[in-house]
Design a protein around this ligand. Structure first.
Ligand SMILES: Cc1ncc(COP(=O)(O)O)c(C=O)c1O
Length: 367
């Protein structure tokens, strides 16, 4: 048996006629950039996220940059985030011209620890970017409360958490701005690059719409120095089709997470916790294991493919050495770093594949 880490071919087979027809329509209409397919998707995605506006962007990284720019965050400012995220969160802060400042995570949720937040907010801090890592929302209420007290903005990095809920509310609606990635392997993935900004603010929405399109309110008139960060028509069409399936797929991921829990019960493998305030959508099913590298090789020999999200936290990456953080700066993040392992997770994963994976893990540990 083979167990891929993700299987986009299996997903395509379940939606092929809808996708092929949606892509065909864009090609027939030749509306390749923005256009009706993107506008339709923006409307559907805003309603799904329970916000007034969704703006289609060409990637999650660009969505974060556009959000920061729309809030006029840049040179001389600091933006707080978690050190265990994908590097794009920090890169967006850097590209906006600001300085990333990291705050350690909670061991249970792997998300930014609100208890450690206040101390890190210096005078130059202008925003906090909590990351809903692996598909589980960060504990937003205390984060938003602290931000309000300090008079700074909150931008959700919801790039891994499409459709997740925090106290019954959708990610993307939990702060001033939300940012999504539609990288193909995401819970809601495009057939290429894609992203979105969500907000209830008319002003921010209007600004992001201009910024993504050369700062332009209408052709050849430019209010701001913007960029080319537009979502393509084909991606809008694909995303509209896939959005109809997102809740089913997320529920399947949740069932698969339960199956992993059942089959790994009474083993030394630590399965992820679902926080009481969260409906997790398991973009990543991250376990904690001993002897990780040997286990990875053992599983690979059995044709089971795993991943590590992420092997090196951002504060220890060469790209960010100039910030001057040292080993030991974030003990919780660093304590997880050598143990975390992402097991195969996608909606089409079968119980047989999960059982085979967990049997192989038990064989490795002799459990
Ligand atoms: C947490 C997080 N932030 C930002 C991004 C960047 O998104 P993109 O790859 O679409 O630029 C990703 C994508 O992997 C992500 O996982």
């Amino acid at each position: 048996m083979k167990v891929n880490f993700v299987d986009l071919k299996a997903q395509y087979q379940t939606i092929k006629p809808e996708i092929d027809s949606a892509i065909g329509n864009v090609i027939s209409n030749t509306a390749f950039i923005l256009g009706k397919a993107v506008a339709d998707f923006e409307e559907k995605f805003a309603s799904y996220c329970e916000v007034k506006h969704a703006i289609g962007i060409n990637s999650g990284t660009s969505a974060l940059i556009m959000a920061l720019k729309a809030l006029e965050i840049g040179e001389g400012d600091e933006v707080i985030t978690a050190p265990n995220t994908f590097i794009a969160t920090a890169e967006a802060i850097s590209y906006a011209g600001a300085k990333p400042v990291f705050v350690d995570i909670e061991e249970k949720s792997y998300n930014l620890d609100p208890a450690k937040l206040e101390k890190a907010i210096a005078k130059k801090a202008k925003a906090i970017i909590p990351v809903h890592l692996y598909g589980q929302p960060a504990d937003m209420d205390p984060i938003v409360q602290i931000a309000q007290k300090k008079g700074i903005a909150v931008i959700e990095d919801a790039c891994q958490a499409h459709g997740a809920l925090y106290k019954g509310k959708r990610t993307g609606s939990l702060a001033m701005v939300g940012c999504f990635s539609f990288y193909p392997g995401k819970n809601l993935g495009a057939y290429g690059e894609g992203g979105a900004v969500t907000t209830n603010s008319d002003e921010i929405a209007q600004k992001v719409r201009m910024l993504r399109d050369h700062g332009s309110p209408k052709k050849f008139y430019h209010e701001y120095i913007g960029n080319n960060c537009r979502l393509e028509g084909i991606q809008g069409a694909v995303l509209s089709v896939k959005l109809n399936h997102l809740d089913d797929w997320n529920n399947k991921r949740r069932e698969n997470a339960d199956l992993y829990r059942k089959h790994l019960d009474k083993t030394s493998v630590k399965v992820p916790d679902e926080m009481p305030y969260a409906k997790h959508v398991y973009h990543v099913f991250c376990v904690r294991v001993k002897d990780r590298e040997k286990l990875i090789d053992f599983l690979k020999q059995k044709s089971i493919f795993t991943n590590i999200h992420y092997p090196i936290p951002i504060h220890l990456q060469n790209a960010y050495s100039f910030l001057g953080y040292e080993k030991g700066s974030f003990p919780v993040t660093e304590g997880c770093m050598d143990e975390i392992l992402s097991l195969p997770m996608f909606a089409e994963l079968t119980e047989e594949q999960i059982k085979y994976t967990t049997d192989c893990i038990k064989e490795f540990y002799g459990e």
